[in-house]
Design a protein around this ligand. Structure first.
Ligand SMILES: [Zn+2]
Length: 368
């Protein structure tokens, strides 16, 4: 993209809210949603016939739970994902990904670094995780454990983590005690870092709530959470959906439990982020139609799915809109009459495009 900004039109746009025929401003910094084309007078458009992008352009989609160490990150934009949150790998390797964020065809990357856990706890014996991904916080004395908890959080922060991950998986091994877990949360919050927890095993979701964890890496699937706990979690945590990790949406008790928990969490006002745990098993690279279908079964309509897919696009109050490195493009319009499954299929046709790539689509359309 040269220095000069280009305007293009698109049939439908969504960046927190819908508009019909809209203007997009493309320049070296990215794509800005510039509002409804009808709202601009003839002077602004100078009577020019602007290049036109057919279909729908939406704010960038985020997968809020991936493991870049297990997938080819450069494939994600073709599949419609512009941003990812990596929830656990060898911290030194994850740090290196920050330098590729938004470049070389990579999505924009946010990292957690390693997974903070008890000695011998998950994922230290899990096949998928490299040994250095597990950051064990041990020590015979409580004071030692608390000091080590703070230090391991500081190290993740120093290498560029913007979220800290803690593993609370009592199904496969020991978990941090309450005081150590509390020290992890305190240290993270002291550094303005969110805490995300892998919660697995009966009672672990309640422990996360008690400790002040901010986010759950998975919709809880080990037990049906009672309504009181759901209400507490809805007030204090966001959940990453990951419904399709259980037998790939083919059912099963864990899947049904998760759908039930998510549906009540949503009804209680809980905030949900789209996430797939990409790299865990055989999941499609990009927007996962099965994940969206399962979310549809948990009660998510199009507005709820978009809020989960594009969680950080709140319209600035009067301020200048920042350009997006990539935006989402779907070649046709959403159908108001679509069923839940049809909506999932429509969203799964997304690709993530840079300003240059979007302009190429518009110019191609012009010569057609
Ligand atoms: Zn994961």
């Amino acid at each position: 993209m040269d220095q000069e900004a280009r305007l293009v039109t698109v049939d439908h746009a969504w960046s927190g809210r819908w508009s019909g025929r809209s203007l997009l401003r493309l320049d070296a910094h990215g794509v800005v949603f510039a509002g409804s084309a009808d709202a601009h007078d003839a002077d602004t458009l100078a009577g020019a016939e602007l290049p036109h992008v057919p279909g729908t352009v939406l704010a960038p989609f985020t997968d809020s739970h991936v493991h870049l160490g297990l997938i080819d990150a450069a494939q994600l934009s073709v599949g419609g994902i512009s941003r990812v949150v990596d929830l656990g790998w060898d911290p030194a390797i994850a740090q290196g990904w920050l330098g590729r964020s938004g470049r070389d065809g990579w999505p924009e990357v946010t990292i957690a670094g390693g997974l903070i856990t008890a000695p011998g706890g998950y994922p230290s014996r899990a096949g998928w995780a490299p040994p250095r991904a597990s950051l064990a916080v041990g020590g015979l004395r409580a004071s030692t454990r608390l000091r080590r908890a703070a230090r391991v959080v500081e190290r993740q922060h120093a290498l560029g983590a913007s979220i800290v991950k803690v593993a609370l998986n009592s199904d496969v091994g020991p978990v941090l005690d309450d005081a150590t877990l509390g020290a992890v949360v305190d240290a993270a919050h002291g550094l303005d870092l969110l805490v995300v927890a892998h919660v697995q095993g009966v009672g672990q979701a309640a422990r996360a709530a008690d400790a002040g964890v901010n986010r759950l890496a998975h919709t809880p699937f080990s037990e049906r959470l009672d309504d009181d706990l759901i209400a507490r979690l809805a007030a204090s945590t966001t959940w990453v959906s990951t419904l399709d990790i259980h037998g790939h949406g083919l059912g099963g008790v864990a899947h049904e439990t998760a759908v039930d928990n998510l549906s009540r969490f949503r009804a209680a006002g809980g905030r949900v982020l789209y996430g797939t745990d990409l790299g865990n098993g055989d999941l499609p690279l990009g927007v996962n139609e099965r994940e969206l279908r399962a979310m549809g079964r948990a009660g998510f309509g199009l507005a709820g799915l978009l809020d989960a897919l594009a969680p950080d696009v709140a319209e600035p109050a009067g301020g200048a809109r920042l350009p997006f490195t990539r935006v989402t493009w779907i070649a046709d319009a959403p159908r108001a009459s679509a069923s839940s499954d049809e909506r999932a299929a429509w969203l799964a046709r997304a690709t993530a495009l840079t300003a240059d790539e979007l302009l190429a689509v518009a110019l191609e359309e012009k010569t057609r």
